[in-house]
Design a protein around this ligand. Sequence first.
Ligand SMILES: [Zn+2]
Ligand SMILES: [Zn+2]
Length: 230
Amino acid sequence: MPRFLVTLAVLVLFVAPLSNAQGPSCDFCRRSIAGELSAHAVALPDGRRLCERCAATSVTTTHGAKDVASLVSSSLDAHGVRVGIDGITFLLAGRDQLHQMSPDPVRHTLGFIDPESPKTHQPAHCKITVLHGMPELQMASVLAHQMMHVWLVRAGVRAVGTPWIEGSCEYASFLVMSDVNTPEAQFVIHNLAANADSVCGDGFRAVQQFVAKHGVEGWLDALAPPPAGE
Ligand SMILES: [Zn+2]
Ligand SMILES: [Zn+2]
């Protein structure tokens, strides 16, 4: 079967439960938890539910988040986005805690970054807070977004919340998910591309078009122009 048909079949499989879900559904993949997936479903303390498959890779420790961040860092590095995990503190928070801590709780339901005020010419130290319990793949996607914010802060770009900036961070998730390239990663990519949000969704589509024309290097240069003379 041609590759795109396989992808399409996979997407239909993943998206189908959305339309006919009965009863509780997994807070991450939206599969219905009724029936065979209910046996090992997990309820998190803040009321979220994970199906058996998502619960199997649920990230519940900062150590676990850091391991995922290392993989994300290598993946981004291969695309020329050099972030690394040094100088980043990783924190996990439950849904309500994240809501209270976030500077933009409406948009930051999965994670956000706190850059420390730059005091020296050292790379800025940043704190990334992400939602506790996310399955590994979603954790990777969220960390890629937040680590792109770190890249931007370190490149001297302080703007947040615009379609171009948030779309660029979504594009970093897309790069990592393209490397993972499992049916679940294709599902995450589908959601990035279909996001109706005027900032993240429109921004992602604009960045995707920009990269198609100018390449990843052109995109990074447009985000943070290299100093004159280089
Ligand atoms: Zn699930
Ligand atoms: Zn963001």
